[in-house]
Design a protein around this ligand. Structure first.
Ligand SMILES: O=C(O)CCC(=O)C(=O)O
Ligand SMILES: [Fe+2]
Length: 209
């Protein structure tokens, strides 16, 4: 007899199949409305609430063994999200992210069994210089996921474009709310251009152990 798992028919998901096709062909994927306006609003409120409680800290370059604050490289302030202790907005966030992760694991054999996500605020005048999302002593990050939580009327002139450095040139991505960008952490160099208006997001990584 089939196990319960085998008996459940595998439902193909067109959005996820698009993401997989993008990642396979160009190492990145942009989804304009991965999160609904309501979800963005709830996550934005969660971020701002935690910021007002003064929980954010200046980001560091490198991991715990190499935590040096380098304002010349990156100026965002971040707060890690503890998935064991989440509010309603974050629960919705992880529902969607975990669903995608499970689909990727089932179809692409990526072996993702860990993840980490943090809120990020780029205050006016800050940026994140060109880099790879890979630490010198840690190559477990496989996919980077950036979720933009900016205001509904965000304009390109506000700055903070994400620039992806591809073989064929630069791809400029505006951080419009609800948009999600996924890319191969160890392959694609990228940069956050200087912002003129505070820029809000959740950034994270799907990792292997
Ligand atoms: O916010 C973005 O668009 C990218 C952030 C980033 O590159 C990072 O946190 O490593
Ligand atoms: Fe990055």
């Amino acid at each position: 007899m089939n196990s319960l798992f085998e008996a459940i028919p595998f439902a193909e998901n067109a959005l996820y199949e698009n993401i997989i096709a993008d990642l396979t062909t160009k190492k990145y994927s942009v989804i304009d409305d991965f999160f609904t306006a309501d979800e963005v609003m709830a996550l934005r409120a969660s971020l701002l609430h935690k910021y007002e409680e003064d929980n954010f800290k200046k980001s560091a370059i490198g991991n715990r063994t190499n935590e040096i604050i380098k304002a010349k490289v990156r100026g965002d302030i971040i707060l890690w999200i503890d998935e064991q202790n989440i509010n309603n907005a974050e629960a919705l966030f992880f529902q969607k992210i975990n669903d995608l992760k499970d689909y990727l694991n089932r179809t692409c054999f990526l072996g993702i069994n860990q993840k980490e996500f943090h809120y990020a605020i780029y205050p006016k005048g800050t940026f994140y210089k060109r880099h790879l999302d890979m630490f010198q002593n840690d190559d477990r990050r496989k996919l980077s996921i950036v979720c933009y939580l900016n205001e509904e009327n965000w304009k390109p002139e506000n700055g903070g474009e994400l620039t992806l450095y591809l073989e064929q040139g630069e791809e400029i991505i505006y951080p419009f709310p609800g948009k999600v960008v996924i890319f191969e952490s160890q392959v694609l160099e990228h940069e956050v251009k200087p912002v003129n208006t505070p820029r809000l997001s959740i950034t994270g990584w799907l990792k292997t152990r």
